[in-house]
Design a protein around this ligand. Structure first.
Ligand code: 2IT
Length: 448
């Protein structure tokens, strides 16, 4: 163990004692950087890790709005501007009842490394609210988004901080947020948000990007193992935007996603979520605001397992696509005992540190979410490029760039791990590769 890393971890634990998700990711990332620190005394001299683990800015604000019954509701809004060493802060907004500062600091911290891995010029940030969009009317969603932006607008801009979607924030919410931003600033700055609709500056392939990118990355892992995706059985959790992209691309490449999961339980479809009708139905389920996956079982006549997770089943590949920490030790043991070979994280930090270490030690091939799901933010950055040049690129052009980006993320992760004598350790390789660019930029810019 490296003494400097230990010292920093101790300080971070003390200072953020009530932020378990944030401490979890800092612990995971810093431990994997020990091999790098030994070779770089300048990191310690410049307090690089103390600076890296402290957000440049964390804004918290009140969001007051009026619901359909005329009652005043008060929510809490946030934007964590974590690191701007390589570009304007970039990262999504999450609207969910579990949102708090710890969750957004974990997401913002991970976003720094993820964004760096894309090789594009974007810093790390994240934001959101404890507002729960489930069951809200369209009018309530709009009024909430307008109230949220009325405070947020003063902190963001195309060259300052560029939010996008995350859980609970999709195309509809981005539209309302952009409308309010434009109304307040009185200028058409559409590079201020990404994930926009095509008619006002959105990018083709952005809705698909996270899921497609994850499958492109998976493909690189399979190639490395002299394996192919054809015929593979994939177990996933979630049934939102990311799951949809994974199911769609997997089906296109001859694999099958056989489970979907929501807060109500999971469905098992032995024929796979492969037809256009089934894949499109995922969008309908999400848009309904019911947050129920049982609707799929009812519609297509497949089995539904109330209140259960899918990980007890046998799959070739597991791809958790829902929430942080959905895979703890019991789930990890089930996955290992079923003989799964590939564990591909897609949701941000879906695995507890203990379960992650266990799966790696047990010899599964583990790919980290910071790399696997980076396609989403990568295409967001391509959306910013298109907005800057006031042009829009074809579907093929964006998809080709996304493929190249995912290929490079896998390659730099694998090569970096190899270079440090860690074998095919995509978790450490991704962390180190993402970190090196940030560290270089931070050192070059002096003590700020
Ligand atoms: O977690 C993520 O990378 C996202 N929610 C996407 C962020 C973005 O700016 O597109």
């Amino acid at each position: 163990m490296n003494a400097y890393i230990e010292e920093v971890l101790e300080k971070v634990r003390k200072r953020n004692a009530n932020e378990p998700e944030f401490l979890q990711t800092v612990e995971e990332v810093l431990r994997s950087l020990e091999v790098v620190v030994e070779k770089h005394p300048e990191y310690q001299n410049t307090a690089l890790f103390e600076r890296l683990t402290e957000p440049e800015r964390a804004i918290q604000f009140r969001v007051s709005w009026v619901d359909d019954n005329g009652n005043v509701q008060v929510n809490r809004g946030y934007r964590v501007q974590f690191n701007s060493a390589i570009g304007p802060y970039k990262g999504g907004l999450r609207f969910a009842s579990h949102v708090n500062l710890s969750v957004l600091k974990f997401l913002g911290f991970e976003q720094i490394f993820k964004n760096s891995l894309t090789s594009l010029p974007i810093g790390g940030g994240k934001g959101g609210s404890d507002f729960d969009p489930n069951g809200k009317s369209d009018g309530e969603i709009m009024r909430f988004c307008q109230a949220f932006m009325t405070e947020l607008y003063r902190h963001i801009g195309p060259n300052i901080d560029v939010p996008a979607g995350d859980i609970g924030v999709g195309g509809r919410e981005i539209g309302y947020l952009f409308g309010q931003y434009k109304r307040i600033v009185g200028a058409y700055e559409n590079g201020v948000l990404t994930g926009k609709g095509l008619s006002y500056g959105g990018s083709l392939i952005r809705p698909e990007a996270t899921g497609f990118g994850a499958v492109y990355y998976l493909n690189e892992v399979l190639k490395h193992e002299n394996d192919t995706i054809e015929g593979k059985i994939i177990g996933i959790s979630g049934f939102g935007n990311v799951s949809w992209g994974v199911a769609k691309k997997a089906a296109e490449l001859g694999a099958k996603v056989v489970t979907l999961a929501g807060p109500d339980g999971y469905i098992y479809d032995p024929d796979g979520v492969v037809t256009e009708e089934k894949i499109n139905y995922m969008l309908e389920m999400r848009a309904s605001g019911r947050n129920r996956v049982q609707d799929y079982a009812d519609k297509f006549g497949v089995e539904f397992f109330p209140k259960q997770k899918p990980w007890g089943r046998k799959f070739d590949i597991c791809m958790p696509c829902a929430y942080q920490n959905e895979i703890g030790m019991p789930e990890a043991e089930a996955i290992r005992n079923n003989g799964t070979k590939y564990y591909i994280e897609v949701a941000n930090m879906p695995t507890t540190n203990e379960a992650l270490a266990y799966l790696m030690n047990e010899g599964l091939i583990v790919a980290p979410s910071k790399a696997v799901n980076a396609g989403g933010v990568a295409v967001s950055s391509l959306e910013m490029s298109q907005n800057s040049e006031r042009l829009s690129w074809s579907r093929e052009e964006v998809d080709e760039k996304l493929k190249t980006i995912m290929y490079n993320i896998h390659k730099v992760s694998a090569d970096t791990a190899e270079q440090y004598g860690l074998g095919y350790n995509l978790v450490a390789g991704g962390n180190i590769a993402g970190f090196m660019k940030i560290a270089d930029a931070m050192l070059a810019q002096g003590i700020v």
